[in-house]
Design a protein. Sequence first.
Length: 321
Amino acid sequence: MSVCYIFRYEVIPLIYAKIKVPLAKAQEIREFYAAEEILDPTRPYDFFECRRGKTTIHAYRNRKEIYSIVFSGSEEAIDEARQFSKDVTLTRSEDRTPSRDRAPSSSWDDLSRQIGSDEVGVGDFFGPLIVVASYVTEKDIESLQALKVDDSKKMTDDYILSIGEALQRKSACYSVLVSPDKLSRLVEQGMNIHKVMAKCHNLAQERLIWRYGLGEDVLVYIDQFEEESLYRKHVGRDILSNPLYFRTRGETFFPSVALSSVIARYLFLKEWKRMETELGRTIPKGASATVDHVYSLLVKEQGEEKVSFHVKKFFRNYKKA
């Protein structure tokens, strides 16, 4: 016998009250809550984090000594924020979950205004490198969760293709595409792949900020692929003045990175289909022995000059062939 459960859904508003204060005031607020200063080198822009009643308080550093402090939770979050500043930015969202077994509102660590960037195509012998930067605010969270963007690792290619166009059209994002031929030439000129990736991330973030008129105070999350010191060295003097935060598997922690991950994958899949149409053959992703076999067949059928334009020549697969 099958059992059908009927859930009663509650609509519970989530409130984010954000203030900006100078360093001295931020220190005062930290001492008020008796919170420990975060000195973890892997979290350079986290100042402190604590909880008071039902309110979570998260403070972020930036380069201009202006600190952003986000109070999140129920209506009490507003009162907490107004203790320290009259200039409070409020955002309300709604979290719908079954009342009989209420789950956390999100698996993401930060739901506040943010930029995030991610890339795709680094581990594939065929196809381009694509980097996407996206801007997300609290009001975007519900729609992202409705599309299951908060769990991109469970999204199939077919599903990403079905939502990608609408997601890209409705989102504040900027993409950078480097063809495999261009990427190969850059590597031949002495630029390693991580340097190319770092510069592409920075370019996508920079153009996004310019296109949408975003400020230097917006926190930027980067799906980490190398140490922060190397990233900064690779980008050089062009690096953003915004606070940068690096974390591996960033898409599981920050909605902006998750959104960028999905859009980048969508653009990559479109390029892949275009390439398969041009070459007239289904091409496996990755860099396995199966990929080697397909590459060899294509070279025999169509010639190396045409096929090599679609592959990364610095890969083992090309040298082996």
